[in-house]
Design a protein around this ligand. Structure first.
Ligand SMILES: Cc1ncc(COP(=O)(O)O)c(C=O)c1O
Length: 362
């Protein structure tokens, strides 16, 4: 098997120690891990079925699949997804890492990922033995016929949102070539200056979900990173293929988590509350970064600010660590991130204020 890249976060240990040494303590804006509590409705749902001893089903309860379909429609205007075409996953990271393999792709196949991308897309292609090509535009792909193409809007790390024309063009291009389009939509609920759109929205696919999959996560929208809760939805035939392999492989979401997911997919108030927390933190951080000389690129949606001081990513990471602020270098996401850093909005209001004060001191 092709060697996997080094795990990026391990390389931050030294600079993290430097940030931790700040007298006011570290403000950790590196990994985008939720810090706000799991909503009560979700905790109650988890506990409500904790006495059930039997194996859960890989496909998830009918209630869960129905809750996913109605949430997709209510929250994102997605229509035409049948409950059978929903499949729960153990968080979305494992789905991202195993999708190319589970869909049967391997040596000789090409998997396209964005120029700047969540590192697990590359890992997933490598685990399958496929070739990885980084491209944001179809013309870059020339006459290739990729097996699979990843979309991620809003993007991690850049916060870029792909418009309906772009999405439609990719879907049409892929259909002409038999390429599967997989859209990672884990930040879809976090649009700030642009309205993110699902690949499963009828304005994108024109009423046909064939060849399309959307990957959803409840980690950020419902503070459920610790529960490991996500799902895949879209083309019924592709979902069926995934289900068959996952049944054999034991890739099953625990029953209490399935119930928690129903609550998370039903509680729109909790979703709005969490969204508001991130909105407010973003306003504070964005202004503080801009006032201290950073330029913010894209970042119109999602959980991160993609920022530059016009120097190497490493130099900016070190500059911020001196001020007790830890961020991720853009190079974690691809060579094109060489002069940017990714600043996560996932810290408490108190820590975000502390970061803003330190930035204001220069
Ligand atoms: C773009 C993207 N996809 C998927 C994931 C995986 O999230 P989870 O496994 O918590 O669902 C992340 C996590 O940060 C992400 O940024």
């Amino acid at each position: 098997m092709t060697r996997l890249p080094d795990f990026p976060w391990d390389s931050l240990a030294e600079v993290k120690a430097r940030a931790q040494a700040h007298p006011g303590g570290i403000v950790d804006l590196s990994v985008g891990t939720p810090v706000d509590p799991v909503p009560d409705s979700i905790r109650a749902a988890l506990a409500s079925v904790s006495e059930i001893p039997g194996y859960p089903t890989t496909h998830g309860t009918p209630e869960l699949r129905e809750a996913a379909v109605t949430a997709l429609q209510r929250r994102y205007g997605i229509t035409g997804v049948e409950p059978d075409a929903v499949l729960p996953t153990i968080g979305s990271k494992e789905a991202v890492a195993w999708l190319p393999r589970l869909l049967g792709f391997g040596p000789g196949d090409v998997v396209v990922i964005p120029e700047l991308a969540y590192p697990t897309y590359e890992v997933g292609a490598l685990l399958a033995g496929a070739e990885v090509v980084r491209a944001d535009g179809l013309t870059q792909l020339g006459p290739r016929r990729p097996a699979m193409i990843w979309l991620n809007s809003p993007s991690n790390p850049t916060g870029r949102v792909l418009g309906v024309d772009h999405l439609r063009k990719v879907v049409e291009w892929a259909r002409d070539r038999g390429t599967v389009v997989v859209s990672d939509e884990c930040y879809l609920s976090l649009g700030w200056e642009a309205e993110p759109l699902s690949v499963l929205h009828p304005s994108v696919h024109g009423g046909q979900t064939d060849g399309l999959l959307a990957v959803h996560s409840l980690s950020k929208s419902a503070n459920l990173a610790s529960y490991r809760a996500g799902f895949v939805a879209g083309d019924p035939a592709l979902v069926k293929t995934l289900l068959e392999v996952r049944k054999h492989a034991g890739m099953i979401v625990p029953r209490p988590v399935q119930q928690a997911m129903v609550a998370a997919l039903t509680d729109d108030e909790a979703l709005a509350e969490q969204r508001e927390r991130y909105r407010a933190r973003r306003v504070v951080l964005r202004k503080a970064l801009q006032d201290s000389g950073f330029e913010i690129t894209h970042s119109e949606a999602g959980l991160y600010l993609w920022a530059t001081r016009g120097e190497s990513a490493q130099a900016t990471v070190e500059w911020l660590a001196e001020r007790g602020i830890l961020v991720a270098p853009g190079t974690f996401y691809g060579p094109a991130g060489r002069d940017h850093v990714r600043v996560a909005l996932t810290s408490t209001d108190e820590r975000i204020e502390a970061a803003a004060e330190r930035l204001a001191q220069g």
